[in-house]
Design a protein. Sequence first.
Length: 226
Amino acid sequence: MQDLLHSLIPNVMAKLPDFWEAIGDTLLMAVWSGAISFVLGLALGVLLTVTKPGAILENRVAYQILDKLVSLFRSIPFIILLTWVMPISRTIMGTAIYVQGAIVPLVFGTVPFFTRQVESALAELDPGLVEAALSMGSSPAEIIFRVYLKESIAAIARGTTITAISLLNLTAMAGVVGAGGLGDFAIRYGHDRNMADVTNVTVIVLVAIVCIIEFIGGSVVKKTTH
């Protein structure tokens, strides 16, 4: 088997320790920035939903500020965002490169996208459920957790799946500026040294990770759809 792999992907086999490290770095970036982005994006998505005109905690000023900030960061191309938030990365993480330095821009790039996914998911909720909860004297917090979030689990799971795949793409792009991971591995060896097998194997691994994410997301959606 090893002889076959050496003949098919000689450059990958020669760089095997770097390849495994690149996979680990990509997963590390995706997990850490994904977890942070999930919490922040979910909170902001809920805030946008409950503060919009006619909502249970209507606040036009807060809604407009949040809405414009989310739109602003969504409009910035990620490759520019990477360099723009470098000072923030240095302040928070102590470095603007490698995996640690990539987490901050990945969060900045992912949170606005996931916020819109959550906002769209909550907008699908039947308004009658909210009205019924209000008529029964439920507090805003109870409506948020027992109605909005509980009834929108499947829709939020779909948005989370889409966001996770988008985040994986961003981690590959972060490799261009020295963040490490599969993007850096493919650029450094596959592109710069013209090692086609490195690029091909990197693509296969990324596609495999995407398939796993879609499978997990699809399973959650099926179990929570009612």
